[in-house]
Design a protein around this ligand. Structure first.
Ligand code: ADP
Ligand code: MG
Length: 414
């Protein structure tokens, strides 16, 4: 059953479609969700582990085929239309066109597009907040076209294609997590992903009376890019150091806690602390997965806290705004854990809270944040997360090639 929010978005898409393109109705409406990483930050580029969960917010497309090779798409978020011939660039394209056109061009290169198409696009994933509206847009475009034209493509292939689009057409050198989560994340589950092998497991999330709430600091992220590059370089320096003791070490993923603690403060105290964060965070993600599988929410919350403290003290990517939200949240009775999520220096936090305590959490964080920073954070309580796929008309499962699609087919739950 689609939620009320989903239904109203579909209605809006169908109305806009009719107004803009006329009859007949779109052949397919499909979507792909944004994501939030529950634990495991700055581990991805160290070949480590992450645990994202999809949101109940997504990017939606309503489309029908065209008899020619043209693409026409109206964005309801931007109230503008793009138009281009398959295989060419849109003229005077807005930025959002790059994601769509990138996916279209790559599918065209694989000879998967029999014709053009036209339709309407809308998303309720906040743009540019670190909840990966860009991956949602790429994956939504791909999945919608997959349903429209019926071609087969595995989830892994689709995620990689979308990552390639983000690198090549949007110029953002992201890891694979966002596209993987948007395409392969499953309702009722988090996605445990090994960023080296890309092996993954759907971890059932039984939250009962608890829920995750994303709190967006809405703080500018000026330092983010330069500090991100600095951290990557520090990790590389750590790998170079630890390789001297074991040539098999290719990434911090391969450094054991024993080796780490055998060389405290080396090669420098700062680099050692960065390495310690990554080594321990990888372990925390694996332990947190077991917590979820065994319904130990309290333990899971404590690992969220430990993760934040490590990102703040060892990896030094938190900020006064993120710390204030996390500290205030932790003082609320009914909060099991709170941490920054994503690269840090602004962006979002994620909190695990009892349903009854949600109003108090929102009130206290809003008040404290406003008093210190003079603006309001944004709250996104995560109810029933969703997965990529068609929502209108209700159709069969996504066509995939015969190769692996997850590990527990049919285990999806409501
Ligand atoms: P994030 O992925 O963290 O939300 P990005 O800067 O990577 O931030 O991606 C945001 C960009 O993705 C937007 O500026 C826009 O170009 C595009 N985008 C995301 N959602 C939509 C949408 N619903 N409609 C059009 N463009 C979108
Ligand atoms: Mg993005």
């Amino acid at each position: 059953m689609p939620s009320a929010a989903t239904e109203s978005i579909v209605t809006r898409l169908l109305e806009a479609f009719a107004a803009h393109f006329g009859a007949p109705a779109p052949a397919v409406v499909a979507r792909a969700p944004g994501r939030v990483n529950l634990i495991g930050d700055h581990t991805d580029y160290n070949d480590g582990f992450v645990l994202p969960i999809t949101l109940d917010r997504a990017v939606y497309l309503a489309v029908r085929p065209r008899p020619d090779r043209e693409v026409r798409l109206l964005s309801l978020n931007f109230e503008e239309t793009i138009r281009f011939e398959i295989g060419t660039s849109p003229t005077e394209a807005p930025r959002w066109a790059a994601y769509v056109q990138g996916v279209v061009t790559e599918l065209h290169r694989h000879a998967l597009l029999p014709s053009g198409f036209e339709g309407v696009l809308y998303g309720d994933v906040p743009l540019g907040s670190g909840l990966s509206s860009s991956a949602a847009l790429e994956v939504a475009t791909l999945v919608t076209l997959q349903h429209l034209f019926g071609f087969a493509m595995s989830g892994e292939e689709a995620a990689r294609l979308c990552q390639y689009v983000e690198h090549t057409y949007a110029g953002v050198q992201c890891g694979i997590m966002d596209q993987f989560a948007a395409r392969l994340g499953r309702r009722g589950h988090a996605l445990f992903l090994d960023c080296r092998s890309l092996a993954y497991r759907h971890v059932p999330v039984h939250l009962k009376d608890w829920l995750f709430v994303i709190i967006d600091s809405r703080a500018p992220r000026e330092l983010a890019a330069s500090r991100y590059n600095e951290r990557r370089a520090e990790c590389e320096a750590g790998v170079a150091f630890f390789r001297r003791f074991d040539p098999e070490i290719r990434a911090l993923r391969d450094v054991s806690p024993e080796l780490l603690w055998a060389h405290p403060d080396q090669p420098t105290p700062t680099i050692w602390r960065r390495c310690r964060h990554v080594v321990e965070e990888n372990r925390r993600v694996q332990e947190a997965v077991v917590d979820l599988e065994q319904d130990r929410l309290e333990a899971f919350g404590q690992r969220m806290n430990a993760s934040h403290d490590s990102l703040r003290d060892l990896y030094e990517v938190s900020s006064p705004a993120l710390d204030l939200i996390v500290d205030t949240a932790r003082q609320v009775e009914g909060v099991l854990g709170a941490r920054l999520t994503g690269a840090g220096f602004g962006g979002c936090t994620v909190v695990l809270v009892h349903r009854d305590a949600l109003p108090e959490l929102e009130q206290r964080v809003a008040r404290a944040y406003e008093a210190t920073f003079g603006r309001q954070p944004a709250f996104y309580p995560l109810d029933h997360n969703v997965e990529a796929g068609p929502i209108w008309p209700e159709t069969a499962a996504l066509p995939v090639s015969s190769t692996s699609e997850g590990d527990e087919a049919g285990a999806s739950e409501e």
